[in-house]
Design a protein around this ligand. Sequence first.
Ligand code: ADP
Length: 269
Amino acid sequence: ALMLSLRITPFGERKRQRLLVARDITKIYHLNVIRRDFVANVSHELRTPLTVIAGFLENLVEAPATPLPHRRPLSLMQHQASRMTSIIDDLLTLSRLEMQERPERLEPIDIPDELTLTLQDAQALSQGRHHFVTEIDEDLLLFGNQPELRSAFSNLIFNAVKHTPEGTEIRVSWKRTPDGPELCVRDRGQGIEPEFLPRLTERFFRVDKARSRESGGTGLGLAIVKHIMNRHDARLLIWSEVGEGTAFTCVFAGNRALTRPLGANDPAP
Ligand code: ADP
């Protein structure tokens, strides 16, 4: 089949006319499918041997018979194996998200409940090093896919913990806006230089590779968030200013908002 990309642009002396530009993207599309399947296969093939390696390493680290001088290198190897596992798991998640344009299962999601759970985990990760402020509309629910939304929101909130210095504030809000329900995660970290902002959702893009590795990051989190937002017809807006902090906002199209208690007034999903 032929794949075309269609675009309408203003045309003519006073830009009064319209020009329909059709571009043949069949090749690009097929190359993209090959890339996608290749990454999925590689990740899948690496997963099993890695599970075996990690399993044996864990046994060796814990075995009383392991000689003392071997313990440290073994536990470093175990740590690296677990990093590799995280990267492969994130790659598999991305592949799964790319296989289908829409989530298979959509249902009313209790976002306030999800946020409460995620915030508990984030507080555990922060170990009291951040000050959390929340502003959550308890009656605002959303039609969506539960595991995907949980993963997107926790990625954003955990990032705020991982990438900001201790003692700073993290503000999480979930509210109605004229554009639709909106989740915003705002931190008071060091901020991100404007030239990096457009690249943040690229796979493996990290502003500071060494720091991201230290914090256990894979560099795939925001790529996953971006995919999940696209699948929910939501936009991911990123604001950041050096020295001020960063804000990630997910804006959901209005028709997905639901009000508690779920009633007859809600729009059909
Ligand atoms: P990682 O696993 O490294 O967190 P992400 O895809 O989630 O990967 O994020 C990509 C990069 O964006 C991070 O490595 C970090 O440099 C930057 N970043 C993400 N969130 C924030 C934030 N809240 N403040 C500052 N930098 C951030």
